[in-house]
Design a protein around this ligand. Structure first.
Ligand code: MG
Length: 294
């Protein structure tokens, strides 16, 4: 089409030369333009033929046949996956984990929510909540994580429902995975052990008895926020294994967990946050706490 329009313009230009003087004696043809016209006439069919050939070539390209892929076409070698050293057992921290409590010191990694030294006590290699001392939290702040934590409710059973062995693991200071003695202890289903408090009951009750050590392995994906700062672009998501049993399967939270508040009404954009453990008035013990940043 480009050659065609140029060709037409050249013909017009040449035909408009000296019309008033155009006669057999005064007409002087524009040889330069005539040369262009001549070349265009010669080249136009060749260009058209090439264009048709190109179109035919494109049309005859065959789609990739997925059944004829060779191994080398579907095997990606680089970059090589990072090598870490796993723990001696599945409850031991791998080499890329941060150990938050090793049975000895709590002041290096933990503090109370005002930034003061924690009043929780360390006894026999365990960390025990003290009634009235408030939450404790990590000095470090985290986003998406894998967390391993072991906990034990008192062997001497007192209280019932939410008043029996209550504590909690708060992700980014806002989202509670409930800790509770839920062994023969009826309470509301989305407030029992391994629930996402007041939002998701566990898929099953995998609780061990009072005084027995239990484990949570938690995979948490931090949320992202819309520009309004009060709604999620992607909600926080949580997976929980309770004593090795899947009980929360990548659930999407509606907002912060709370006793009575509607979660959606209290979303507020936040960045990395501490891991918190709840003081709910019961002496719940913790040990072997480690975390991996994802
Ligand atoms: Mg709790």
């Amino acid at each position: 089409m480009i050659f065609t329009s140029e060709f037409i313009n050249l013909v017009r230009e040449n035909s408009e030369v000296n019309h008033n003087e155009c006669n057999l004696f005064t007409y002087k043809p524009n040889y330069r333009n005539m040369k262009k016209i001549f070349c265009s006439i010669i080249l136009l069919p060749a260009v058209a033929a090439f264009s048709v050939h190109a179109q035919q070539t494109q049309l005859t390209l065959k789609p990739v046949d997925p059944y004829r892929m060779t191994p080398g076409m579907v095997e990606i070698m680089d970059p090589e996956v990072e090598i870490i050293k796993p723990g001696a057992t599945d409850r031991d921290p791998p080499s890329d984990a941060i150990v938050l409590f090793d049975g000895k010191d709590i002041n290096t990694e933990w503090e109370d929510t005002r930034g003061n030294p924690s009043k929780w006590i360390v006894k026999d290699g365990t960390l025990i909540s003290v009634k009235g001392s408030g939450f404790i939290q990590t000095k470090r702040k985290f986003s998406s994580i894998q967390l391993h934590i072991e906990w034990k409710t008192p062997s001497e059973v007192t209280g019932e429902s939410q008043g029996r062995g209550n504590s909690g693991v708060f992700l980014q200071e806002r989202y509670e995975v409930q800790v509770l003695d839920s062994y023969n202890n009826r309470t509301y289903r989305h407030g029992q052990a391994a629930s996402i408090y007041k939002q998701f009951p566990p898929l099953v009750n995998a609780s061990r008895g009072p005084g027995e050590w239990q484990t949570y392995d938690i995979i948490y994906t931090a949320p992202t926020f819309n520009k309004d700062s009060i709604t999620y672009f992607t909600p926080p998501r949580v997976t929980v294994l309770h004593n090795g049993v899947l009980v929360q399967n990548n659930v999407s939270l509606s907002g912060p967990t709370d006793y009575t508040k509607i979660p959606q009404a209290f979303i507020k954009a936040h960045g990395p946050g501490s891991l918190q453990l709840q003081d709910h008035g019961n002496p719940v013990a913790f040990r072997n706490i480690w975390i991996r940043e994802l």
